[in-house]
Design a protein around this ligand. Structure first.
Ligand SMILES: *Cc1c(COP(=O)(O)O)cnc(C)c1O
Length: 344
């Protein structure tokens, strides 16, 4: 595919494949609030099976999956532990506070994960002055830190700490399949230690809409009710669930290509003498510190945009590139040429 615009803003820009469009056309549907949509049921079972959890729930977005999980695991007034740079804290409109009524204990996760000993120290002891610490949220891959994957060893270690303290663990696994492909770890093993997982169908997996929440039968039963409370009960949702089935069956293996393209980008930048550490970026997200060009991320973003290369300015000096199904190796080479000609 020859694309004029190279869109490296996010893997959310991926459009459904022709096969997905056909599946939407042909999907068997029913009223899913009444539990009668066979395609939604199939997707929910498939997602749960892949992760070796008991049940799944189709939700409209990653944000809805995360807030539904928070509402289901906690009571208002309790406290959650999560990273200062995690998506739930930074980019979900404060729903953990306004909708779930939770207080927050944020820890440093700038390397892509929280230090287990800091998690342990952040758990509140029983005291009349303290809220109950009831939930730990981890993120894999970690978006803002640069698509950092964490392995099942880490996940087990921090989950054990949480469980030993009567807490639950929610994994914001928006890009958990990128982690599993990058680490060559079985997905079920990777999510084994946690109580619930949210993952996105609509990012690198290319579906047009939706995320999945998976966990125990009992958890998903209550989550289904919380999703309804949030207005997320959907009727003939099989038309949007059908592409999600293709995401899970056919789009996972190709994520490795995105990781390879991200590596070609970081290697190419490094070869030009740009300060970037290719080994840090193991999945499809690359971060670049723009201060080395004496430019803000926004200034650099505009220069690239004039050359039809779209990126995101995430912070004052932080630029993000994301590779995905609609980014080819040629697109990466063109991007590298623009750096050489326009920026250095
Ligand atoms: C994108 C993302 C989400 C939210 O997904 P939406 O479908 O955009 O609501 C949650 N967590 C992480 C880490 C993400 O990257």
């Amino acid at each position: 595919m020859v694309s004029d615009v190279i869109d490296l803003r996010s893997d959310t820009v991926t459009k459904p494949t022709d096969e997905m469009r056909e599946a939407m056309q042909e999907a068997k549907v029913g009223d899913d609030v009444l539990g009668e949509d066979p395609t939604v049921k199939e997707l929910e079972e498939l997602a749960a099976n892949k992760m070796d959890k008991e049940a799944g729930l189709f939700v409209t977005s990653g944000t809805q999956g995360n807030i539904t999980s928070l509402l289901t695991h906690t009571e208002p007034g309790e406290e959650i532990i999560f990273g200062r740079d995690c998506h739930i804290y930074r980019y979900e409109v404060g729903g953990y506070a306004s909708l779930a009524g939770l207080s927050s204990r944020t820890l440093d996760d700038s390397k892509g994960f929280m230090n287990p000993s800091e998690i342990e120290e952040a758990v509140r002891e029983e005291n009349i002055h303290h809220p109950e610490t009831s939930l730990l949220c981890i993120e894999n891959t970690h978006n803002v830190a640069g698509g950092i994957p964490v392995d099942s060893h880490y996940t087990k270690e921090v989950s054990d700490i949480a469980h030993d303290n009567d807490m639950k663990v929610h994994l914001d696994g928006a890009r958990i399949f990128n982690a599993s492909e990058a680490l060559d770890e079985d997905i079920a093993e990777l999510v084994g230690p946690v109580d619930s997982v949210q993952f996105c169908l609509s990012k690198g997996l290319s579906a047009p809409v939706g995320s999945m929440l998976v966990g125990s039968e009992e958890f998903i039963k209550r989550a289904r009710k919380n999703r309804k409370r949030l207005g997320g009960g959907m009727r003939q949702a099989g038309v949007i669930a059908a592409p999600g089935i293709i995401s899970l069956e056919k789009m996972v293996r190709r994520l490795k290509e995105d990781h390879k393209n991200a590596r070609i980008l970081t290697d190419g930048l490094k070869e030009m003498g740009i300060d970037i550490e290719p080994n840090k970026y193991k999945t499809n997200i690359v971060m670049l510190d723009t201060s080395q060009f004496e430019k803000t991320a926004e200034e650099l973003r505009v220069i690239l945009e004039e050359k039809s290369i779209l990126t995101l300015a995430l912070g004052k000096n932080l630029m993000r590139f994301v590779t995905h199904r609609e980014i080819s190796r040629e697109d990466i080479e063109r991007t590298l040429n623009v750096f050489e000609e326009e920026i250095l």
